[in-house]
Ligand binder design. Structure first.
Ligand SMILES: [Zn+2]
Length: 300
């Protein structure tokens, strides 16, 4: 339809007038600062997680100028009251106002907690999309960052807990159900299919040649289920204590096994670079290849 015909059509005419006169939509929302990147010498691109609009990116022009209204109003891991002009089709939105409501100041001092928080924020930024509500993930990340900010304990139990619940909210939770015929108690090691997201079992589907699978100790399964049922991050040494109370062998490094599994599973399904997680754990002195058991590190 040519422009003249379009203008003569009453319906299109109305639509055009609305489009031309409609101001940009102003949105007020709570927002968690996930990433801050320099954009020019004085400006920032800030990636936020919001409950109703998922991941959004705002440009903050002149953010670093001495008289900027945004100085001190946002930083990594802050929760802010954000006012922005929403673009209909995503992309970069323009920020109008920003007031911090939760600063989580201890994360500026405890480097271990900051490293863990940076990993969780980066993983969340990679795993979430824009234009889609994310209230459950917003609440999850708020819980995790609050915990990191309030305690000086090792984050080695909090990270697997967060990854499990993030996968659950994304609809990617691994299925740790055991088959009573195939996964009998005498089998210590079980094969888990990465692509199918469950233990290999010929009753459900035959193992395809070349199907990526990893071997897990069977006691990782109840540990996974245990963390899955915890509504808030486990307190320090909670996992070793839970294992001890169930008389699990202290020599088996189950948390390390679960953490290693989650690293592979998250990389496989969320398409995130494995190096970020590896470097995070190296900095936290709890690498997968390290000789010392993670359970021992946690209890020291
Ligand atoms: Zn079976």
């Amino acid at each position: 339809m040519c422009v003249r015909n379009a203008l003569n059509s009453p319906v299109t005419h109305t639509t055009l007038r609305i489009t031309l006169t409609c101001p940009p939509m102003i949105i007020r929302t709570r927002a968690l600062a996930l990433q801050i990147r320099p954009w020019s010498k004085t400006s920032h691109m800030v990636t936020w997680l919001t409950p109703d609009y998922g991941k959004i990116v705002t440009a903050v022009k002149g953010a670093c100028r001495p008289k900027s209204a945004f100085l001190g109003q946002y930083d990594l891991f802050y929760t802010c009251d954000l006012l922005f002009y929403r673009r209909e089709h995503g992309g970069v939105h323009a920020i109008r106002e920003c007031v911090p409501t939760t600063l989580r100041e201890p994360l500026r001092h405890g480097w271990r907690q900051a490293v863990a928080a940076a990993y969780l924020a980066d993983l969340t930024a990679q795993a979430t999309v824009g234009q889609q509500e994310a209230s459950a993930i917003f609440a999850l990340l708020t819980l995790a960052l609050d915990r990191l900010s309030l305690t000086q304990s090792s984050p080695c139990e909090l990270i697997p807990w967060y990854e499990i619940h993030l996968l659950r909210h994304l609809g990617l939770l691994p299925d740790f159900t055991l088959c009573p015929l195939c996964h009998t108690p005498d089998r210590t090691w079980l094969r888990f299919s990465l692509s199918a997201g469950r233990f290999l079992c010929p009753h459900l589907a035959r193992h395809q040649p070349g199907e990526a699978a990893i071997t897990l100790h069977r006691r990782v399964q109840p540990l996974f289920q245990h963390l899955c049922q915890l509504p808030s991050p486990p307190p320090e040494n909670h996992v070793p204590a839970a294992l001890a109370s169930k008389k699990y062998g202290a020599d088996e490094n189950l948390l390390l096994g679960l953490s290693r599994f989650l690293g592979i599973f998250v990389t496989f399904h969320l398409d995130v670079p494995s190096a970020v997680r590896r470097v995070t754990f190296e900095m936290l002195n709890t690498t997968h290849t390290q000789k010392f058991a993670l359970l021992e590190n946690c209890s020291s």
